[in-house]
Design a protein around this ligand. Sequence first.
Ligand SMILES: NC(=O)c1ccc[n+]([C@@H]2O[C@H](COP(=O)([O-])OP(=O)(O)OC[C@H]3O[C@@H](n4cnc5c(N)ncnc54)[C@H](O)[C@@H]3O)[C@@H](O)[C@H]2O)c1
Length: 387
Amino acid sequence: MNILLTGIDGYMGWPTALKLSQEFPDERIIGVDNFSRRKWVKECGSDSIIPIYSMKERLKVAKEHGFENISFIEGDLTKKNFVDKIISIHKPEVVLHLAAQPSAPYSQINGAKATFTQKNTVLSNANIMWSLREHELTDTHFIETTTTGIYGAPNIRIGEGFVKVVDGDGNSDVLPFPNIASSWYHVSRGFGATNMMLMNMQTGMPCTDVRTSIVYGITTEETTLDEHLTTRFDIDFYFGTLFNRWCAMMIINHPLTVYGSGRQIKPFISLEDTATSLVKIVKKGNKGEYKVYNQLVEYVRIKDIAEWMNSAAEELFGKAPGIEYIPNPRKEKEESKYSFENKNFLKVLGKPKHTSMRDALPEVLEKLKKYEDRIGAYRDRLIPKKR
Ligand SMILES: NC(=O)c1ccc[n+]([C@@H]2O[C@H](COP(=O)([O-])OP(=O)(O)OC[C@H]3O[C@@H](n4cnc5c(N)ncnc54)[C@H](O)[C@@H]3O)[C@@H](O)[C@H]2O)c1
């Protein structure tokens, strides 16, 4: 079996490649990336706080540790000729599509970044699925990590992709949950989800839409084997995700910055559980459905996270960085009864390794301590620039 993994150079992609290799040692894992994430972060004046190695070095060291079946192709998935070439040569049975410009704040910088983000998401998604269709590979399992952000922040419980709707006459139907995202990035993932539904309806292509929540953490079992196998870890305003950025703030005793009231509820999953569940979704397969999983383990109010992290810093380092409430740079609903279904997802994942961010905190801090000076050097990148 050939498994095509797009976005292999990314935060989630590299650990997922190692786990896929471990789980499917006799299959081929073909990674694709154009290294744009490295470039975007640099463009925002930052860098991965944990230095990462080139793909060539990563693959060499991975091989030495027994991950022998990973290969790499550099290229841009928005170019249909490139996609056609890899699909026609490798004829993958599974495509795990992780490549995207994943930052909401980056997509909000200006019109050029908003349209770039949307073009990058939609063209990559459609090019791969259409290439599979045009090469008569509609049995290939197409899996894409979209986002829980598609759901917005409604006052109803969020099902796994669908919602029951009743009209004024009492007629009811189960419909795809509307795309009510609050950034140009998040909305673009809803376009991809609709395309998957359409391709599945027209051709029966098995399409799995993994609505990924906010991923936190620094390592997986495989990335800890060697320093060269580490994945990227960003802490800047544009690319650092909430928990990861706050861990960096704890290390340099910088106040934990909460956007707006902090009453927003957000969903989370650890990097280890993210990569494990993606491998399990590949293993489980899909018999021709459009299937949605809410890839999350917990959902928590932002100010609650800030409060326990602040107390944890006091316990661990003897001083609390404090919490600073700043005007919300995002236009988002701060109050809602936000809650999630994730039963189908948990059935696939099994017992999570991290049931809460609290489990992961000591390990992340331990690993980050070594980079205190580097975090300090990028201190000005932690908080939003006034625009
Ligand atoms: N990390 C999270 O918290 C999170 C949450 C929800 C959804 N997701 C989604 O999961 C996926 C992986 O996220 P991540 O955090 O690893 O992001 P990432 O930016 O680290 O990884 C994405 C990779 O895709 C590559 N890429 C982007 N556009 C490309 C193109 N046109 N052609 C080839 N390669 C391209 C980038 O260079 C990067 O290495 C993304 O689709 C992201 O939107 C992530």
